[in-house]
Design a protein around this ligand. Structure first.
Ligand SMILES: Cc1ncc(COP(=O)(O)O)c(C=O)c1O
Length: 447
C-alpha cells in the first residue's frame, strides 16, 4: 500500500530537490507550465513523479501516493491502463503520424458525435487552449460579431484570445456590476483582450444588464459549466437554461468549455448532465486519457464554416492516429456501463468522508462539485460559493495545511485550493479506505 512520506524531513525528497536544481538551469523557472510552480505546496521545489500505475503514482525518491490530481483530470482511466497502453502500442507499431487523413480520426469523431448532445461535426487540436481558439474563431466567423462574453474566474487557457480576468485580485476585478477586463499576463495586446466582456457567474440580473449593453455585438457566451478552476462552483438552478434562452433571443452562440467536465460529468458531459445543449463544445483532458488531444464540436451550420475553409483552422498534429487511438479507446471505456458510475461512487464517498471528518473535528468548510470532480473550501460560513469573488475571501492557509497533511500521509491532491480533486476509473475500495483515514487525520491539522 501507500507509504507515508514524512515531508517534514525535507531530505526525504532529496532527488526531487536535485532535479529541480538541474531544471532551473535549462527550463524557464524550472518548469514547463506556469500552473506547475504551485503543485508543491509547502516544499520549495516540485515533486518529480517518476511513474504511475492505476490510481497510484511514485516520485523519484520512491514514495507512493494515491493520486487525485490525475493530470488535472486527464488520466480518467488511471495511469498506464493496460487496455489503453495496448491500443496505443498497436498504433505505434503501425506508425504515429502521416500528415494525411486517417481512419482513426473518423471513428473517434463518430464516437464523439454519438456520445455528446449537440456535437454534429468535430475538429481536433492538441491542447485545450488551441481548441478554444478554434471555437472562438468559428463563433466570430459564423456570427460576424467580435465580442465574447466570459465569466470572471473561468479559465479558458493561456492563449491571448481569452486569457482575461482568469484570477484577478479584488482591485483588478473592479465593481461587480461592471467587472474590469483584466489581462492575465503581460504581453496580451489590448486589441485582442479588449473584445472580451467580463460577467459575474450566477448573477443573472447583472448578466442581463451586460447583455442589454453588449448583446448585439457579442458572438458568444463561453463558460465552464462547473467551474473547475474555481473550486467546482456549480451553476445555480436555472442559470444554464436561462443563458440558453438569452443566447437564442439575441443571436449569440452558447459555448461550453468542457475541457474538464467533458466525458467526466456524464458520458455526454455537462450538456447531458444539465440537459442544456450549447452551440459549440470544447473537449480536452479526459478525452485523451492522458494523451494530448483536444477537439471542438457543435452545430453543423457553424462547423460547416470551418469545413468550407471560410473559417480557417489547421494544425500538423491534429487528429494524429496515435492520440486519436488513445482517445477512441478511452471514450469507448467511458461509454461502457459502470465506468462513470464507479468513479462517481468513489468520489461521493470521498466527499462524504471530508464532510464527516470536518464535523468530527469541528471545522467549518463546504465540499462542492460532483462525485467525479470536487473540492473542499474552508470558508467562514460553510455555504456553497456562488462566484469567483467568494474564493478571494477564503483563508488559503487552511487548505494548504490540509493538503500538506494528506501529502505526508501518501495522498496526492491538487495543491491549489481553487482547483479540484479528480477520481479515475482505477480508484478502488482500498484506496478509499486509506484516503478516508488520511482525511480524518488531515482535518485535525486545519485550524
Ligand atoms: C476549463 C479549462 N479550459 C481550458 C484549459 C486550457 O487547456 P490546456 O491547458 O490544455 O491548454 C484548461 C486547462 O486546465 C481548463 O481547465
Amino acid at each position: 500500500m501507500v507509504h507515508p512520506l514524512g515531508l517534514t524531513d525535507l531530505h526525504a525528497t532529496s532527488q526531487s530537490q536535485r532535479w529541480f536544481a538541474r531544471a532551473k538551469q535549462v527550463l524557464a523557472g524550472g518548469i514547463s507550465s506556469s500552473a506547475r510552480s504551485s503543485t508543491t505546496g509547502p516544499l520549495p521545489y516540485p515533486l518529480y513523479i517518476a511513474r504511475g500505475n492505476k490510481s497510484h503514482v511514485w516520485d523519484v525518491d520512491g514514495h507512493e501516493f494515491i493520486d487525485y490530481l490525475l493530470s488535472y483530470g486527464s488520466a480518467i482511466l488511471g495511469h498506464a491502463d493496460s487496455g489503453l497502453v495496448s491500443a496505443v502500442q498497436e498504433q505505434l507499431d503501425r506508425g504515429t503520424m502521416f500528415g494525411t487523413c486517417n481512419t482513426v480520426e473518423v471513428e473517434l469523431a463518430e464516437q464523439i458525435c454519438a456520445m455528446v448532445p449537440g456535437a454534429e461535426l468535430v475538429r481536433y487540436a492538441n491542447s485545450g487552449s488551441e481548441a478554444i481558439s478554434g471555437a472562438i474563431r468559428a463563433a466570430r466567423g459564423f456570427t460576424g460579431r467580435n465580442r465574447i462574453i466570459k465569466f470572471e474566474g473561468h479559465y479558458h487557457g493561456w492563449i491571448d484570445v481569452l486569457a482575461v480576468s482568469n484570477r484577478p485580485t479584488s482591485t483588478e476585478a473592479g465593481p461587480l456590476d461592471h467587472p474590469h477586463n483584466s489581462p492575465h499576463s503581460r504581453g496580451i495586446p489590448e486589441g485582442v483582450s479588449g473584445d472580451v466582456i467580463i460577467a459575474p457567474w450566477n448573477h443573472k440580473d447583472i448578466i442581463e444588464q451586460l447583455l442589454k449593453e453588449h448583446g448585439d455585438e457579442s458572438a458568444a457566451i463561453i463558460l465552464e459549466p462547473i467551474v473547475a478552476n474555481n473550486a467546482c462552483i456549480m451553476p445555480e438552478d436555472g442559470l444554464l437554461p436561462w443563458l440558453r434562452e438569452q443566447c437564442d433571443k439575441r443571436g449569440i452562440l452558447l459555448i461550453y468549455d468542457e475541457i474538464v467536465t467533458g466525458f467526466r460529468l456524464a458520458r455526454g458531459g455537462a450538456a447531458q448532465y444539465f440537459g442544456v445543449t450549447p452551440d459549440l463544445t470544447i473537449f480536452s483532458k479526459a478525452i485523451g486519457g492522458g494523451f494530448p488531444i483536444s477537439a471542438f464540436a457543435g452545430r453543423r451550420a457553424i462547423m460547416e464554416q470551418v469545413g468550407a475553409n471560410v473559417v480557417k483552422h489547421g494544425g500538423t498534429y491534429n487528429g494524429n492516429p496515435l492520440c486519436a487511438a488513445a482517445a477512441l479507446y478511452t471514450l469507448r471505456k467511458i461509454n461502457e456501463p459502470g465506468t462513470l458510475e464507479n468513479i462517481y461512487s468513489h468520489g461521493r464517498s470521498c466527499m462524504e468522508a471530508i464532510r464527516r471528518a470536518a464535523t468530527d473535528a469541528g471545522v467549518v468548510c463546504v465540499v462542492q462539485g460532483v462525485g467525479s470532480m470536487f473540492q473542499v473550501i474552508f470558508n467562514e460560513d460553510g455555504r456553497p460559493l456562488k462566484h469567483y469573488r467568494d474564493l478571494l475571501k477564503v483563508n488559503t492557509q487552511r487548505y494548504a495545511a490540509f493538503r500538506h497533511s494528506l501529502l505526508m500521509q501518501g495522498v496526492h491532491v491538487n495543491s491549489s485550493g481553487s482547483a479540484c480533486w479528480f477520481v479515475s476509473a482505477a480508484h478502488r475500495a482500498d484506496d478509499l479506505e486509506f484516503t478516508t483515514q488520511a482525511i480524518g487525520q488531515a482535518m485535525k491539522s486545519v485550524r
